[in-house]
Design a protein around this ligand. Structure first.
Ligand SMILES: [Zn+2]
Length: 298
């Protein structure tokens, strides 16, 4: 039987586990192939001082954590190898090897590499960030824009990639989060007198904008049986805190977490949904399973 193939296009080592750890575990457990296209090596991530002695570079540490998540969840990793660009306005934005610099100055190269991945992997379903990159990280926004363009270019026979046939992925989703939970958190932060426009360790997270940019979900996938896998994969990225949301929810009893977090919603971008609200419970619903076409273009 033809395989179900899911491609996740995100920016950093940890985006896959923090955002989709349970979802990845579920689909792999159910026999699908899951590929993670990781655009950067996470070179600019802030890490705790006591971890600095264990690795030569932050990049080395982040890749070791990613390898741990790959082993834990069982996805297939494809690295683009760009440097992490840091947050908006960081000096690393101007590094010619970083993703944001390349997306600004050589967008065609970045797009072509995503098209090549789509044609190579032949996923029926693709997931990327929303237009705000989840929380405004420039790398997230860059890979989101490149993925959207590549999603459409991959099927265009006039768009040539060396030795790879055109391929038409069938569905495209944005990751999303329940707006009510984040709105509640926003309200709580405001009540506590926090400056919600300047949150996080580096005061560069605009929580109001995160909430404003959340798009509604059209699919709700039951991930309740995979929350432990999610925790395990998130724990691989220990230098990044194992995920602050995860840490918060990790204190809850598992039965309560399954009630609150047992379903993951995603926004369907293509094909455009015909109605509002949840209309699907599986990313592969209405997908035609095709055999991979591996013959190169003649
Ligand atoms: Zn990220």
């Amino acid at each position: 039987m033809a395989k179900r193939r899911l491609l996740i296009c995100y920016a950093h080592p940890d985006d896959e586990s923090f955002g989709n750890g349970a979802l990845i575990a579920k689909y792999i457990h159910e026999g699908a192939e899951v590929y993670y296209l990781c655009a950067t090596d996470g070179d600019v991530g802030t890490i705790p001082d006591d971890m600095k002695d264990q690795y030569e570079t932050i990049r080395e540490l982040r890749l070791a954590e990613l390898a741990c998540a790959e082993k834990t969840l069982g996805f297939k990793l494809i690295r683009m190898g760009y440097k992490d660009s840091g947050m908006q306005g960081a000096p690393e934005n101007d590094d010619p090897d970083c993703l944001v610099y390349n997306w600004k100055h050589n967008p065609e190269d970045v797009k072509r590499r995503v098209v090549e991945t789509i044609r190579e992997v032949q996923p029926q379903v693709i997931i990327t960030f929303n237009k705000y990159g989840g929380y405004g990280h420039p790398d997230h926004i860059a890979i989101q824009q490149a993925t959207i363009q590549a999603f459409h270019a991959a099927s265009d026979s006039a768009y040539l990639t060396d030795g790879l046939q055109p391929y038409t992925p069938q569905k495209l989703y944005y990751s999303t989060m329940p707006k009510w939970i984040l709105s509640f958190r926003l309200w709580w932060l405001k009540m506590r007198g926090e400056d919600v426009r300047h949150m996080g360790r580096n005061k560069d997270i605009d929580f109001q904008k995160i909430v404003d940019n959340i798009e509604p979900a059209h699919v709700s996938v039951n991930i309740g049986a995979y929350l432990e896998d999610w925790d395990e994969a998130s724990a691989c990225h220990i230098s990044q805190g194992g995920g602050s949301m995860r840490g918060f929810f990790a204190r809850w009893p598992m039965w309560l977490r399954r009630v609150v977090m047992g379903k993951q919603g995603l926004t369907r971008v293509f094909p455009e949904p015909v109605s509002e609200g949840i209309s699907e419970h599986d990313l592969f619903e209405n997908v035609t399973l095709d055999e991979p076409q591996k013959e190169p273009v003649s």
